[in-house]
Design a protein around this ligand. Structure first.
Ligand code: 5GP
Length: 112
């Protein structure tokens, strides 16, 4: 069981910014930008590399929720970044698919 499953189940607290039946969004505990929110499907999918055709609609919901989180945070005018890390080289540390919503400062490119 991942730490995000415990957040979904209410076993550990999180600073939630959006929730519906399928999707949860909460602030990253170790924010890398003035706005840093994680958007996750409630159904556990290990990473985008593990998603299947059955997950198509759910992942669409997650991405649209990420855009709405950014809109609600006032990031749309100046822009923001959505990131999903995959596996070791991608830097993934929690193995429950999540989209990072990062904004509120000028982000570097390429990433480190
Ligand atoms: P990853 O490295 O897998 O792309 O991203 C995992 C993210 O989850 C990290 O940015 C990390 O700070 C965040 N994180 C890990 N544990 C917790 C937690 O218990 N609560 C919250 N809100 N974020 C967490």
């Amino acid at each position: 069981m991942t730490i995000f499953q415990k957040i979904i189940d209410g076993e550990i607290p999180a600073d939630k910014v959006y929730e519906d039946d399928d999707v949860l969004a909460f602030r990253d505990i170790n924010a890398q930008a003035p706005t840093h929110v994680l958007v996750i499907p409630k159904r556990p999918i290990t990473s985008i590399a593990h998603a299947t055709d059955e997950d198509q609609a759910l992942i669409g919901k997650v991405m649209l929720a990420a855009a709405q989180v950014a809109r609600d945070a006032g990031l749309e005018a100046d822009g923001y970044r959505l990131v999903t890390n995959v596996g070791r080289d991608g830097g993934q540390s929690v193995f429950h698919l999540h989209i990072h919503v990062l904004g509120g400062r000028r982000l570097g490119w390429p990433p480190g």
